[in-house]
Design a protein around this ligand. Structure first.
Ligand SMILES: Cc1ncc(COP(=O)(O)O)c(C=O)c1O
Length: 396
């Protein structure tokens, strides 16, 4: 039998998707499942994006430029300018989702055995991208008690070694929902410059900031021009997860030149999806106003509901559409499986993402789950009721 690679064997499973077989078995038993585990919004994709694809009569579905359509990149740069992110089309590479942009970024700035420091808990697939790139993630702990605010800079500096190539942040955070303040972004910028390392910011949830709070991009800081790399995506902004379009943005010419070589190796991003993404830029502001209003009320409902359950501790999110909740249990992996395999309330149950997979420190976050508030309010309400009941029945 030919052997699987060490790298292949060490690729982590997604904590978000690994419970799917249990969910499928529950559905086969006729159970209804409220999916709180995955960041798939139920919000409609803007019609302007879908119409652009419907009304296109392409005769040859050809490759595009490796950096993506020039017209799209230029329009996207205009969009960013309106968000205090002064960039031009040449500083943007269109990628197959933010996921590919993360891979290109890691490939461009770190070699095998190099280190990237990331506040944890963090988006679980960073583990997968780092493993695929041969990079070691060095976690720095952020705490539920502070809603997962930026850890003290001294905690980062303790971890910086000759192998440290970058700090990676997710802003607003998945899974924490934390939105970094201007002061926090400035502190990170100072540190990146002082140690001459990259500051990579995953800003795929930029537009999802609540309570009137403003998002601060690393790309808005002029003196970070050589150190900042931004990751972005249309997946969440326009509820276009299936389009698989994202981008890598940097003012550092060498980063763009290097990432372009990765882009050339995979030829080009998908064509129809670029057409949809370019058209999506015409989405009226009213769409976003409605979406933010909807997510704000879902968040308020969820957080109040979770806080009303005995023994549950929750960090209040200021952005994105996730929260981390600490439950009065020992092991969320077992609990999440039990919810799907054994538990039901009037033939209904919930699916949550055990949070341990969002940490890289072993045995951390064991009693925590990530909950996505991507369901309609009546469904969220029912899901909270189910969780409350399940916790009264569950035995660790
Ligand atoms: C923080 C974060 N970054 C990147 C991605 C990848 O997004 P995509 O590849 O769909 O653009 C996701 C998807 O959920 C995410 O939550």
């Amino acid at each position: 039998m030919p052997k699987i690679s060490v790298k292949g064997n060490s690729m982590p499973e997604s904590p978000i998707r690994k419970l799917v077989p249990f969910a499928e078995a529950a559905i086969r038993k006729g159970r209804k499942i409220y999916q709180l585990n995955i960041g798939q919004p139920d919000i409609k994709t803007p019609s302007v994006a879908l119409d652009a694809v419907r009304n296109h009569n392409i005769e040859v579905l050809s490759y595009s430029h490796s950096a993506g359509f020039e017209g799209y990149r230029n329009k996207l740069a205009n969009y960013y300018k309106n968000h205090d992110i002064p960039v031009n089309g040449e500083q943007i590479i269109i990628t197959t989702g933010g996921s590919e942009a993360l891979l290109f970024a890691m490939g461009s700035i770190a070699d095998i055995g190099d280190e990237i420091i990331i506040p944890e808990p963090f988006y679980a697939n960073y583990n997968g991208f780092a493993t695929a790139s041969g990079i070691n993630i060095v976690p720095v702990e952020s705490k539920i008690e502070t809603n997962f605010a930026l850890p003290p800079i001294a905690d980062f500096e303790k971890l910086i070694t000759a192998k440290t190539k970058a700090i990676l942040i997710c802003n607003p955070g998945n899974p924490t929902g934390y939105l970094y303040t201007k002061e926090e972004i400035d502190q990170l910028a100072e540190m990146a410059i002082k140690h001459d390392i990259f500051l990579v910011a995953d800003e795929v949830y930029r537009e999802f900031a609540y309570d009137g709070a403003k998002h601060h991009s690393v790309m808005s800081i002029d003196k970070l021009k050589d150190h900042a790399i931004m990751i972005d995506s249309v997946s969440k902004r326009y509820s276009m997860c299936g389009a698989r379009i994202g981008c890598l943005v940097s003012k550092n010419k060498e980063v763009i030149h290097t990432a372009m070589k990765f882009a050339q190796a995979r030829l080009s991003p998908p064509t129809f999806e670029q057409i949809a993404s370019e058209a999506a830029l015409e989405t009226p502001q009213s769409y976003f106003d409605d979406v933010i209003k909807e997510y704000t009320s879902r968040r308020n409902l969820l957080i109040a509901g979770l806080k009303s359950i005995d023994g549950v501790k929750v960090a209040t999110p200021k952005g994105a559409f996730y929260c981390i909740a600490e439950l009065p249990i020992k092991n969320a992996d077992n609990f999440a499986k039990w919810l799907l395999e054994e538990y039901q309330l009037d033939n209904e149950t919930i699916m949550v993402a055990p949070a341990a997979g969002f940490y890289s420190t072993p045995n951390t976050g064991l009693n925590q789950v990530r909950i996505a508030y991507v369901l309609k309010k009546e469904n969220l309400e029912r899901a909270i009721e189910i969780l409350k009941n399940a916790l009264t029945v569950y035995k660790d």
